[in-house]
Design a protein around this ligand. Structure first.
Ligand code: FAD
Length: 467
């Protein structure tokens, strides 16, 4: 018994020490994530396709006969025409492929994957209409940077900027807000160009240009990649603004009553729930004018280039508790992690360098998303994104998200709390992945968009590497 306690204490001490390595974002230059496509015969034939985690949920290997890398809409049209003429199945794969589900697999082993890696140009920014037109492989990072150069911003985006505009639209990705049209990026699409298969008398492929008001746009702007290849997207931007963000931790006794009203109190509100600790991190985050003083930034710690040793230690420690079925150990570990993150203000700084206190006020383009680990040059994997599959013993997890209509949120939270009371330590594992992240999104006219105003609950948890 004493030995076991000693072992756990040592592990926690070691974990705490290694955790310090997380704190230094730039120990050295990190390695960018691997390509999701690798081919054995030359660089474009006999390929396997995966996601950024190196494993689909069903652990199957996805194969494709060929990958192509169009560099323009004209080339894309030709590739789609050739594949249509030869009745080849095709699917789009992106630069990093961050979706967990097997969405980019063309099926069988003789399909075609069309990569948007080289469709990465910002085509136009119209300052008068405040619209930006980009190719579909442009990342959220590049989109934010290009808009900011024109003193414009996209109001809501997913928090991780390593996504492409084509991929995030296809999956209906969002930030968190109940303001205006809500937090889903597809609500801000004004035009979209799509390359689709066509009959022989149209040379087997055609470009569909859809504008706001066209009913087909409701089908294509969230389409899981099955209605054609998005070539270009135009988005409505807004004038630059600042945000004022304060994180507040409270106990979760009134969470069921607070969760919905909190979403209406702050434009960029979200909640991170630590059910084992009975705590909730409330994000009080609002738009403020640009003349309010502050030059803060949010560079979320979990998305920074992280020392490989720290990644491995984190996983190693979690795995020990998992293997020993030690739920209490996980609870202690999660307290250590969450209190460390709180001390570090989760990656917020008041001036881009250090955190001096709340509120953190900064320009929208510096506050809305981050993801430095995806955008650096090679360093032989000394550092990486925590989930990089090339690292033995990297973070490996699954995520389940449920959208709960706002009028059912209270019951849902009460039900979860009842489960927690039955097994108080059982949900601590979720806290090792930032807790249950709760984000607001609004109902949409997009066919695959939200049917009602909702609170999305993200549950991220340990996944075993081997079967
Ligand atoms: C660290 C992290 C944080 C995240 N945070 C959020 C968040 O805050 N909010 C949120 O909603 N989601 C979030 N996600 C999930 C993410 O938004 C989705 O997984 C997103 O779809 C991934 O975009 P991608 O560019 O990697 O596309 P992929 O995963 O590569 O592709 C997704 C689908 O889109 C299709 N597709 C891609 N491009 C095109 C195109 N040009 N034409 C037609 N089809 C296309 C693909 O075929 C595939 O079916 C996060 C993911 C990660 C890894």
């Amino acid at each position: 018994m004493e030995n076991s306690t000693l072992t756990k204490s040592s592990i926690l001490l070691l974990a705490a020490a290694i955790l310090l390595l997380f704190l230094f974002p730039d120990l050295s230059t990190p390695s960018p994530p691997p390509s999701p496509v690798s081919c054995t015969n030359g660089i474009t034939n006999n390929c396997t396709v995966t996601n950024a985690y190196g494993m689909f949920p069903d652990r199957s290997t996805c194969r494709a006969l060929k990958v192509v890398y169009p560099t323009s809409e004209q080339e894309l049209l030709q590739f789609v025409a050739n594949a249509t003429a030869s009745k080849t199945k095709m699917k789009v794969v992106t630069r990093f492929s961050h979706s967990i589900p097997k969405l980019s697999c063309p099926g069988g082993s003789d399909g075609l994957v069309i990569s948007t890696l080289n469709l990465d140009r910002v085509l136009n920014i119209d300052s008068t209409t405040m619209q930006i037109t980009v190719e579909s492989g442009v990342t959220v990072k590049a989109l934010i940077e290009a808009a900011a150069e024109a003193n414009l911003v996209i109001p809501y985006v997913p928090y991780w900027f390593g996504l492409t505009i084509g991929g995030l639209l296809s999956t209906g990705a969002h930030g968190s807000s109940l303001n205006g049209k809500g937090s889903a990026v597809h609500e801000y699409v004004t035009e979209m160009r799509l390359v689709t298969p066509a009959p022989a008398d149209q040379n087997y492929a055609t470009v569909k240009a859809l504008k706001i008001g066209d009913p087909d746009l409701d089908a294509t702007k969230v389409s899981l990649g099955v209605l054609g290849v998005i070539s270009q997207v135009t988005l409505q931007l807004q004038p630059m603004f600042k945000r004022s963000l304060t994180f507040v931790t409270r106990n979760d006794s009134d969470l069921a009553d607070q969760a919905v009203s909190f979403g209406y109190q702050h434009e960029f509100a979200d909640l991170a729930w630590y059910p084992g600790q009975r705590k909730v991190l409330y994000r009080k985050d609002d738009r403020v004018p640009v003349n309010v003083s502050g030059n803060g930034a949010y560079d979320f710690i979990g998305f920074r280039p992280t020392a490989t040793l720290a990644i491995q230690t984190y996983r190693f420690t979690e795995k020990i508790f998992e293997t020993e079925n030690d739920a209490d150990g996980k609870c202690v570990y999660s307290q250590l992690i969450t209190s460390t993150l709180a001390i570090l203000a989760y990656g917020l700084t008041n001036n881009g360098l250090i955190f001096t206190g709340y509120p953190v006020i900064g320009y929208q383009n510096k506050m809305e998303a981050s993801g430095g680990c995806a955008f650096r040059s090679k360093d032989g994997l000394l550092t990486a994104c925590p989930w990089d599959p090339r690292i033995k013993g990297s973070s490996f997890f699954h995520q389940t998200t449920v959208s709960i209509p706002l009028d059912r949120v209270k019951e849902f939270i009460l039900d979860l709390q009842k489960l927690r009371y039955l097994q108080p330590a059982a949900l601590c594992g979720l806290e090792l992945y930032g807790g249950v992240l709760m984000r607001y999104a609004k109902s949409s006219s997009a066919y695959l968009g939200k049917e009602a105003d909702v609170l999305d609950f993200d549950f991220t948890y340990y996944r075993q590497v081997e079967d």
